[in-house]
Design a protein around this ligand. Structure first.
Ligand code: NAD
Ligand code: MG
Length: 403
């Protein structure tokens, strides 16, 4: 057990309030929840920087409301479009391109970097924030899947702090706080099971993107919604938990809990299970990270446990949802295997959403990519990004009948 991925500050050495936020992925689902909290606590947070990708209109609306000093978009064309949409008299710095996210993530004035870009695109800015010694509220689980060791190393070198936004990991973080990690026997991640938890194999083989996007409990971006339906999301989360808490994959179990009220559990050596319960609303986890080590009041309807009545737990159906096992296999293989897993999955999810493959094709593509991958070392950022690109290209070529 290597211990937590970063140091954990006390109140005295945490950023003072009001904290200046840099939100990467501001136009997405996590971005919206983050800005909702910032808007509700203007005395505690100011918005320094916002970055989106292609939804320039949404970014302009957020910018008009929060007036950050810095903005970033993915494409150069977006800059002109954004400028035309901003209110008169407000002239922020606007940057474009992949390097713009790294620039924003390392702004000297930023106290907390919210890493909420979806997919492997989140890695470079997240690692840059760690190398700049920032406090990172980490939603982008893919960056740990690709480069958990690099992020751990950067945190050790600079004193950067990683706080988990992902609800299960945030639940574990809360259930571990104040306890000696030497007494932890197991982490138990809960999974909703997604929209096809109780469907048979024939049904699963024929599902459409619309059915797969309709998550029963959480409202999220498209990619993570598909990952939740395949259980790849839980597989990525097992890897994320191993990197965050410094554990071997065998120490992280998965249990299906369809109500999404128990967000995860820690099993201790004396038989105790400490769980975190809460409404399925990402603002709970996000506010815990933004305010850490303080707990912020949130104006959410209290969870009515009597109305809920019962909480149920069952084993995941790994044969019908093979992505969970594929993720464990990749983590155990080590080196670049988790990069291949993630890249093949991202490419396959795109193909599924574009109706070019069926739902079960996602797992097949990931498995083929892992089968073809010759063991490599984990590598530096450039080699990780090269392996990521190479894997995506290979998936696309195979799909086009060229590979
Ligand atoms: P989303 O699709 O709603 O938003 C993604 C954001 O990333 C948008 O702002 C988009 O503009 C930006 N983006 C997309 N591609 C980009 C690129 N190439 N470069 C720069 N920016 C880019 O996604 P989301 O649901 O908010 O998820 C964001 C991250 O948080 C993911 O890693 C996801 O796994 C994680 N997460 C989300 C939830 C949730 O409830 N939504 C829960 C746990 C973890
Ligand atoms: Mg999660």
């Amino acid at each position: 057990m290597r211990g937590y991925i970063s140091r954990l500050p006390l109140v005295a050495d945490s950023p003072a309030f009001p904290r200046r936020l840099c939100v990467l992925g501001a136009t997405g689902s996590i971005g919206a929840s983050t800005l909702d909290i910032a808007g509700a606590h203007p005395d505690m947070f100011s918005v320094l920087a916002l970055a989106g990708a292609n939804n320039v209109r949404k970014l302009a609306e957020l910018a008009a409301r929060f007036r950050p000093k810095y903005l970033a978009v993915l494409h150069e064309d977006g800059v002109k479009e954004l400028l035309a949409l901003l209110p008169p008299g407000y002239r922020p710095f606007i940057a474009a391109g992949e390097s713009a996210y790294v620039d924003l993530a390392t702004l000297p004035e930023a106290d907390v970097v919210v890493s909420a870009i979806v997919g492997a695109a989140g890695l470079a800015p997240t690692l840059a924030a760690a190398r700049a010694g920032k406090t990172i509220a980490l939603a982008n689980k893919e960056s740990l899947v690709l480069a958990g060791d690099l992020i751990r190393g950067a945190c050790a070198a600079t004193g950067a702090v990683v706080l988990p936004v992902d609800s299960e990991h945030n639940a574990l973080f809360q259930a571990l706080r104040g306890h000696d990690p030497a007494y932890v026997s197991e982490l138990i991640l809960t999974a909703s099971g997604g929209p096809f938890r109780d469907k048979d194999a024939a049904f699963i083989a024929s599902v459409t993107p619309e059915q797969a996007l309709a998550h029963p409990n959480w409202s999220m971006g498209a990619k993570i919604s598909i990952d939740s339906a395949t259980l790849m999301n839980k597989g990525l989360e097992v890897i994320e938990a191993c990197h965050l808490y410094g554990l071997a994959a065998g120490k992280v179990a998965v249990v299906v809990h369809p109500q999404s009220i128990v967000h995860s559990l820690v099993r201790y050596a004396d038989g105790s299970l400490l769980a975190h319960l809460g409404p399925p609303d990402m603002r709970v986890a996000i506010s815990y990270c933004l305010g850490y080590p303080l707990r912020l009041p949130l104006n959410l309807a209290p969870l009515d446990i009597v109305a809920l009545g019962k909480l149920t737990f069952e084993a995941p159906r790994e044969d019908d949802f093979p992505c969970l096992g594929l993720a464990r296999r990749a983590f155990e293989a080590g080196g670049g295997a988790t990069v291949v897993l993630n890249a093949a999955n991202e490419a396959a999810v795109e193909l599924f959403l574009a109706r070019k493959i069926g739902f079960t094709g996602i797992a097949r593509i990931v498995e083929t990519a892992l089968d073809r991958h010759a063991a490599t070392d984990a590598g530096d950022l450039d080699s990780i990004l090269a392996l990521d690109r190479e894997t995506r290209d290979r998936v696309k070529m195979t799909q086009a009948g060229l590979g």
